[in-house]
Write a protein that binds this ligand. Sequence first.
Ligand SMILES: [Zn+2]
Ligand SMILES: [Zn+2]
Ligand SMILES: [Zn+2]
Length: 159
Amino acid sequence: MGEACHHADGVHPGLKGQALKRALGAAESRCADTQERLTPPRRRVLELLLESDGPLKAYDLIAAYGEAGEPAKPPTVYRALEFLERLGFAHRIESLNAYVPCRLEADGHMAAFLICDCCGAAQEFEPDLAPALVAAKAAGYAVRSVTLEARGRCPACPE
Ligand SMILES: [Zn+2]
Ligand SMILES: [Zn+2]
Ligand SMILES: [Zn+2]
């Protein structure tokens, strides 16, 4: 997370306890459905993302990786992130160069984010991109990905 402001304490909390266990369990069954494996490094990185109150950069994940405080080898974290992104468990927010867990539990969707400039919260939403994609196709474009990041203030942060 960036600079913590004083508005949003506890408003965008990460998952803990049973909710965290449930989310990891759901990820494991989604992996099993697609013949993929949630290996310990993949699971650990997903856990760190789910627990976090805000987006995490790769170096935050590397530093926080070891349960006893020892950092991960960077390739371990980068490979896990690649996997989590590919399966739609996590998204990279380009403008922050940081990662968040997917909150929509849907495969292969395009992620869009509302980002608070004050507290750094990033909320995922599902954009209606159909008209734009139809127009792109009509213009002859083969669209591979779309980045939609809206910036402003979240409800917890007054102007
Ligand atoms: Zn998502
Ligand atoms: Zn905010
Ligand atoms: Zn704020």
